[in-house]
Design a binder for this molecule. Structure first.
Ligand SMILES: NC(=O)C1=CN([C@@H]2O[C@H](COP(=O)(O)OP(=O)(O)OC[C@H]3O[C@@H](n4cnc5c(N)ncnc54)[C@H](OP(=O)(O)O)[C@@H]3O)[C@@H](O)[C@H]2O)C=CC1
Ligand SMILES: O=C1CO[C@H](CO)[C@@H](O)[C@@H]1O
Length: 319
């Protein structure tokens, strides 16, 4: 199955469903990106921080070279990492991502978070002091955004730019000062934190919410039961799925699609990869949507706790 296309605020179209690749190792990153593209996926999410742009890019290029797909059939999202927020580092970082991916352009380039980390020559991705505290920078994310704007346009390396992990006040500040509007805000969005207010806020401003950790990271919950409990483990979600001949995972992903987001679940399992995208041939009822709303506690799986002291920490306000 392929996902429907949605129009971004710059009239570029983006598939309403994608593959996440965080923690996809060299082998998995290549094998499953390729498998996804061969099985209907047209949208891949990676990041400089994931250190897998090279294998993800190789999978994309290999599928293109077989003739199955053309470059323009595939929507590639990658992200500017926190150490590259200094305006003079932005284009270099973007070019490095393109070089890793071995592509001529990036479809969507996101600022990974509003928080900058200290840059060093050896490109330490998570720079810390001797006590293990993050070494932050205080670069204004607006200055970073201005540098990202310069990447877009005819002959430039990026088609669309967007945000990730931004709250409503930070988005407003960008919108009030930008020349190019963000097309997307990628945030944690799953049954435990369904982001209804942020989705409404973004929708009113023509910004699409992309849902990361849409399955509520079942592999993390397995190891630490204080984390939010994935709804796929709930008996009633299983029952709802049975009614449509769908799995609990499909019910969760369909819920996220119906509340207006673009889910990007990660999977390194062929059955689950095919299953996850097969959500565009059924619809949850109003009552079922209300039941799924009931899981929303607001608890995050990815709270960026180590960044709490930074002036741009994004999760201090309601949304
Ligand atoms: N912008 C940001 O700051 C962030 C972005 N992201 C992006 O979002 C993507 C997805 O989020 P992620 O954090 O990976 O977490 P997910 O919520 O997508 O969880 C991934 C886990 O869920 C399992 N899984 C996938 N599908 C199913 C299913 N149908 N039923 C049961 N289990 C399933 C996978 O196992 P298996 O592989 O065995 O199928 C994997 O262990 C990331 O990979 C990344 O691309 C994520 C976090 C932060
Ligand atoms: O994209 C990401 C994947 O998850 C990480 C945390 O587990 C985040 O730090 C990062 O933003």
């Amino acid at each position: 199955m392929t996902a429907p296309l949605i129009n971004l605020n710059n009239d570029i179209q983006m598939p309403a469903f994608g593959l996440g690749t965080y923690l996809s190792t060299e082998f998995d990153g290549y094998k499953y990106t390729k498998f996804c593209l061969e099985n209907g996926y047209r949208h891949i999410d990676t990041a400089y921080f994931y250190e897998n742009e090279d294998v993800v890019g190789k999978a994309i290029n290999d599928v293109i070279s077989t003739g199955l797909l053309k470059r323009e059939d595939i929507f590639v999202t990658t992200k500017l990492w926190n150490i590259h927020h200094e305006p003079e580092l932005v284009e270099k970082a973007c070019r490095k991502s393109l070089e890793n991916l071995k592509l001529d352009y990036i479809d969507l380039y996101l600022m990974h978070t509003p928080i900058g980390y200290k840059y060093s020559e050896n490109e330490e991705l998570l720079p810390k002091d001797a006590d293990g505290n993050f070494l932050f920078s205080d670069v204004d994310y607006l200055d970073t955004w201005k540098a990202m704007e310069k990447l877009v346009g005819p002959g430039r390396p990026v088609k669309s730019i967007g945000l990730s992990n931004f709250n409503s006040e930070q988005i407003t500040r960008i919108l009030e000062n930008c020349d190019i509007k963000p097309v997307v805000n990628q945030v944690e969005c799953n049954t435990s934190i369904n982001q209804k207010k942020l989705i409404e806020f973004c929708k009113a401003r023509d910004i699409v919410v992309m849902a990361y950790s849409p399955m509520t990271r079942p592999h993390y919950f397995e190891k630490d039961k204080s984390l939010p409990r994935p709804a796929i483990l709930h008996e009633k979600v299983k029952e709802i799925g049975q009614k449509y001949n769908k799995s609990p995972g499909q019910v969760v992903l369909r819920y996220l699609y119906q509340i207006g987001t673009v889910p990007i679940p990660k999977s390194s399992n062929e059955n689950r990869i095919v299953e996850n995208i097969s959500i565009f041939d059924f619809e949850l009822s109003v009552e079922e949507m209300q039941f799924m709303d009931g899981f929303n506690t607001g608890q995050r799986t990815v709270p960026f706790n180590a960044c709490k002291t930074h002036k741009y920490y994004m999760f201090n306000i309601e949304f």
